[in-house]
Design a protein around this ligand. Structure first.
Ligand code: CUA
Length: 355
């Protein structure tokens, strides 16, 4: 085979296989690749998806037309090796053509700009009757505060399916970015500012998200999950979250762990609301805060939703975490507390009881 043909064959194989792999990646986007925009689960993500396909097909049309024109020119006007071959008509400097190939792309771009710009606004401007959830970014976890319900939680945002949620977002420290691809696009969490993002899941389900702005050492471990549930389940969840934790009495299974919580540094950062108001440990919002632990066990993930890792039990992960947080999550603002194994085990018993 001539070297040029061999090279062409190789190039075709390379381009062909990359196209095929890209197609596989899109089709395969499932449980093992939860961060995909190709599986929209609500109206706002669907709007992004439709816009993507609109632009994709317009671009494909342009690609096909340009390539077809190129092939036609190459085939018809190639050097046929004949002496009497006439030179094709030269078009350089034709004002008609220049205007045509400036106006057509300009019209296409203007056409794409209309739905794109309107989507940018529609995706972030909440309807007045949307349910509000405040999203506060911390290094490295998301806090969710429900002002209407007076609920405060971390890592997992529980929402009623089929209802619009207005995420009112800010950051406690540096820039973060809230991104749950099945529900909407990305939006910044800016210290000292408020941004909004509309979220809605059409059906109940679990949707993973991730901080999408580099925000320090453990940015890659700053995950989140939205859990859409039925309205009845949501009301039940709110009622459960509003209930205080039981203050363990001496001799109760969680008592030793509660003592560790009181006597080690935990109480400086973590709020726990007990049924005995006087014993409650409320850390004011303006002070340095870790996640509210009143209903710690109602969340199946912790440490910025990065734990437990796959194949690890909740308690195994919790043990690893309590022994040395910065080792599990580099830069973690929760320091190693020098707990003994017995103290860690006791803490786990108490925390597991805070459902
Ligand atoms: Cu927060 Cu990256």
């Amino acid at each position: 085979m001539a070297p040029i043909r061999r090279r062409l064959t190789r190039l075709t194989a390379l381009v062909g296989s990359s196209l095929l792999l890209t197609a596989c990646a899109i089709l395969d986007a499932g449980e093992d690749q939860p961060l995909t925009t190709f599986e929209p689960a609500g109206p706002f993500a669907e709007q992004i998806d439709s816009l993507f396909w609109l632009v994709f097909w317009i671009a494909t049309g342009v690609f096909v037309l340009v390539m077809a024109g190129l092939v036609i020119i190459v085939v018809f006007f190639r050097d046929k090796g004949k002496d009497d071959q006439k030179e094709p008509k030269q078009l350089h400097g034709s004002p008609k053509l220049e205007v045509l190939w400036t106006v057509i792309p300009a019209l296409i771009l203007a056409g794409i700009a209309v739905p794109t710009v309107s989507s940018i606004f529609e995706l972030t401007e909440c309807s007045p009757d949307a349910m509000e959830v405040e999203v506060i970014g911390h290094q490295w976890w998301f806090e969710f505060h429900y002002p209407e319900q007076d609920v405060d939680t971390a890592n997992v945002m529980v929402i009623p399916a089929g209802e619009e949620i207005c995420a009112v977002m800010t950051s406690d420290d540096v820039l973060h970015n809230f991104w749950v691809p099945a529900l909407n696009g990305k939006r910044y969490l800016v210290p000292g500012q408020t941004t909004t993002l509309r979220l809605e899941a059409s059906e109940p389900g679990e949707f993973w998200g991730h901080c999408a702005e580099f925000c320090g050492l453990s940015h890659s471990l700053m995950r989140t999950r939205v859990e859409a549930v039925s309205q009845a389940d949501f009301d039940q969840w709110v009622a459960d979250q509003l209930a205080p934790a039981t203050l363990p009495a001496e001799g109760d299974p969680g008592y030793e762990g509660y003592e560790v919580f009181l006597n080690k540094a935990c109480i400086q950062c973590h709020t726990v609301r007990f049924d005995d108001a006087e014993a409650s440990n409320i850390v004011p919002p303006e002070e340095f805060n870790g996640p509210d632990l009143t209903h710690f066990a109602s969340r199946d993930v912790f440490a910025g939703a990065s734990l437990p890792e796959e194949g690890e039990s909740h308690d195994e992960a919790l043990k690893r975490w309590l022994a040395n947080p910065p080792e599990v999550k580099p830069g973690s603002l929760m320091p190693p507390l020098g707990l003994t194994e017995a103290e860690i085990d006791a803490l786990i018993v108490w925390l597991d009881g805070n459902e």
